[in-house]
Design a protein around this ligand. Structure first.
Ligand code: ADP
Ligand code: ADP
Ligand code: ZN
Length: 216
């Protein structure tokens, strides 16, 4: 398999971060998570982080121009020349078009878009049980994917925490935003001939195998 430039698409809680972590190791791709980058900016207290926080805590999308600039900064670095996997970006048609426009000139053309399909009922179960590593952002689930030692990350020993926007109220808003603003991307990439759909309701390892098989 040559160098790959992938997008993982799916609702909050579909398993994008989980699968991106596995694929980046298996395929040697740089994992770029828009949510992780925004949370990192927040914890550093940068101006970008402060602006982003006011949207994120309400479950709203950060304005397109802010996130487009941040992501383009990250995918144009030399480390990404061997391939990358975008997790959580793009989330609006405007973002997808900006990526396409930059891509043409700069060798950033997306090869495949992996759409992880999952029911709302299952999303709610996943988000309410999600715990993340404070240090390396690895996601865990208290039932489906618990850490070996309670409260600690298997990979780095970091402390686990629950995201404030995984609260019931914020999740409600995030799902509304997903259906209104992000689902049009499914058709957009289908028309571009790039979409691959996987059944996100299987076990973590089964979803991973389905993706690997589709990538050939
Ligand atoms: P999830 O893993 O549940 O899908 P993320 O960590 O990807 O959530 O995103 C958390 C929040 O960060 C979003 O609710 C939104 O406020 C902001 N965000 C992340 N990616 C984007 C994006 N591409 N465009 C706008 N806002 C974004
Ligand atoms: P996203 O990045 O799309 O928001 P995550 O990868 O953070 O989703 O997964 C959301 C939650 O669901 C986490 O707690 C994660 O451990 C769990 N999870 C991910 N994939 C599966 C799966 N296939 N089956 C059960 N739980 C899963
Ligand atoms: Zn960790």
């Amino acid at each position: 398999m040559g160098k790959l430039q992938l997008i993982l698409l799916g609702a909050p809680g579909a398993g994008k971060g989980t699968q991106a972590g596995l694929l980046s190791q298996q395929l040697g791709l740089v994992h770029i998570s828009s949510g992780d980058l925004l949370r990192e900016a927040q914890s550093k207290g940068t101006e970008l982080g402060n602006v982003a926080k006011s949207y994120m805590e309400k479950g709203l999308l950060v304005p397109d121009e802010i996130i487009i600039r941040l992501i383009l900064e990250h995918i144009t670095v030399p480390q990404c020349r061997g391939g990358f996997i975008l997790d959580g970006f793009p989330r609006t048609l405007e973002q997808a078009k900006a990526l396409d426009e930059t891509g043409e000139g700069q060798n950033l053309v997306i090869d495949r878009v992996i759409y992880i399909n999952i029911s709302v009922q299952e999303l709610l179960r996943r988000l309410s049980g999600r715990w993340l590593c404070q240090r390396c952002q690895t996601p865990y689930h208290m039932v489906a994917s618990p850490p070996k030692v309670a409260g600690r990350c298997d990979r780095c020993g970091g402390e686990l925490y629950q995201r404030p926007d995984d609260s019931v109220e914020a999740v409600q808003k995030r799902l509304e935003v997903y259906f209104a603003q992000t689902t049009p991307l499914i058709e957009y990439y289908q028309q571009g001939g790039k979409l691959m759909e996987v059944n996100g309701e299987q076990d973590i390892s089964q979803v991973n195998e389905e993706i690997m098989a589709l990538l050939g």
